[in-house]
Design a protein around this ligand. Sequence first.
Ligand code: SAM
Length: 285
Amino acid sequence: MTEWFTETLHDGVAQALTMDDVVFRERTEHQDLVIFDNRLFGRVLALDGVVQLTTGDEFVYHEMLAHVPILARGRAPRVAIIGGGDGGTLRRVLEHPGVTEAVLVELDRSVVDLSRRWLAEVCGAAFDDPRARLVIADGARWMAEAAPGGFDVLIVDSTDPIGPGAVLFTAEFYAACRRALAPGGVLVVQGGVPAVQPGELAMITGNLRQAGFTDVGAYLAVVPTYYGGVMTLGWASDNPALRRVSAEVLADRAAAAGIAGRYWTPEVQAASFALPPWIAEQIAA
Ligand code: SAM
C-alpha cells in the first residue's frame, strides 16, 4: 500500500506526496527529519512534517535566494546563510567567483550530514569548497555576536516561523543582521506563501522596518512543493536602487560571473520585484 506524506502546515488545507521509497527517518536533536522519494518531484527532505526541498524544484528557491541579492549588489565577496543546511543555497552562492567567503550557520548538524549523504545532488561539492565555512549554531545567537559590517549579503534560508526557526523572523534578529551588513548590503529571507500563510509577509516586513532597514520589500518565485502558489522572499537594504537594477545590468554581471540559471534569468530577477496589489498591500508601510 502506498504510504502518503501529508503536510498540514496550513489551516484548512493539506499537501500530500506519495512516499514511494523512504530513504531515511530520524528524530534529530532538534526536529523530525524524513527523506523519501516521490515519483513526480524526486527526492524530498521534510522537517517536522513540512517539505523543505525536493530535487525536482529546489533550483527555483535556491537560485532566487542566492543570485538575486548577489547580482543586485554587484560585488558581494562576503556572504552568510542562516539555516540552509541542505547546502543548496550555499552551492548557488559559491557559483559566484567574486564570493571569497560563504559562512553557513545551521542549527542542526544532522541536516547537513544527512543531506550530504542522501541529497548530494543538491549541495554538490559546496561544503568542500575552501571558501565555505560551516558553523553549527543557532543563527540568531550567532548573528547577535557577528562583527559589525562584516557581510555584503545575508540570506535567511529558514524553516517556517514555528519551532526552532521562529527566532529568525524577529525584529531583534533582523536588527542584528542590519548591524552585520556592510553599508548598502542586502538581507533576503524566506518569506512564506501568502495565499496560505496570511499575515506572515506583513509580520516579516513590519519587523524588518522595526529593525531599522529603510528599503523593505519582497520578490516572488513559484516553488511547486511550497504549496499554495507564489511564494515571497523578503528583501531589506538601506539602498533602494538595488531592487531596481535593470535586466541589462544584471545580464552583464551574470555573464561576467558565468551565472546561468534554470529559473533565474536577468529578466526574471527584474520582474520578480513586480508585486500584484493583493501582495503589495501586505507589506507594512
Ligand atoms: N527551503 C526551506 C523552506 O522554506 O522550507 C528551508 C530549508 S533549510 C533545510 C531550513 C533549515 O533551517 C533547517 O535545516 C533548519 O535546521 C534550519 N534552522 C531552523 N532554525 C534555525 C536557527 N534558529 N538557526 C539556524 N538554522 C535554523
